[in-house]
Design a protein around this ligand. Structure first.
Ligand code: GLN
Length: 187
């Protein structure tokens, strides 16, 4: 099994370290030709979604990766990666890959809660640690989207077909169970 990590910007190295520690082979997607290699799953890391969105367009990656996701490639989006997956961004900002029928609010926790840790139950996984950094949350879910976790009534983890999206950073909390859940169809 080989997992591709989008490596344009943000916390991609931390995901690679997690996956490699779990014995999973990784490759990086940095330019268009990387997207044509063979890989079995993909991780979209945290970082800055506006920057990643711009680079995805500049490097002609947006429609290739969208097509792969629509064709069933298992994908995990964390924090900014979740924002990349959202069909709608609250406030009318331009969406990016737009493959998941959810509305996401960026920087949703305001200044005081810019960054925090929590522990909450995630469907099928029990209680897991969650690290939030200028995190989004999910305001609305469309048909077929399963809510996996909430914090204070707000949705922070979802699944839709082959796509898993979380507001937090499993790679910074050493939380392997999220990766196992997303890789489950390949095991
Ligand atoms: N605030 C960032 C954004 O809007 C996301 C933060 C993160 O990925 N930790 O893209």
């Amino acid at each position: 099994m080989k997992v591709a990590v989008l490596a344009l910007q943000g916390a991609f190295a931390e995901h690679e370290r997690m996956l490699e520690n779990m014995g999973v082979r990784c490759m990086e997607i940095r330019q268009e030709k990387d997207a044509y290699q063979d890989f079995d799953a993909m991780v979209l890391p945290g970082g800055e979604s506006t920057v990643m969105g711009k680079l995805l367009r500049d490097y002609h990656l947006l429609s290739i990766l969208r097509k792969k996701i629509e064709d069933g490639l298992p994908v995990l989006g964390t924090c900014a990666g979740l924002i990349l997956l959202a069909e709608k961004l609250s406030g009318g900002e331009m969406p990016h890959l737009a493959t998941m029928p959810i509305t996401v609010k960026r920087n949703a926790y305001g200044r005081q809660l810019g960054s925090f840790r929590a522990e909450a139950e995630c469907k099928g996984l029990g209680f897991i640690p969650m690290v939030f950094i200028r995190a989004p949350y999910i305001e609305e879910t469309g048909e077929g989207v399963e809510t996996l976790a909430k914090i204070d009534g707000r949705i922070v983890a979802v699944r839709y077909k082959n796509q898993t999206g979380v507001s937090f950073h499993p790679e910074l909390a050493d939380c392997r169970s999220i990766y196992r859940m997303f890789l489950q169809p390949l095991m």
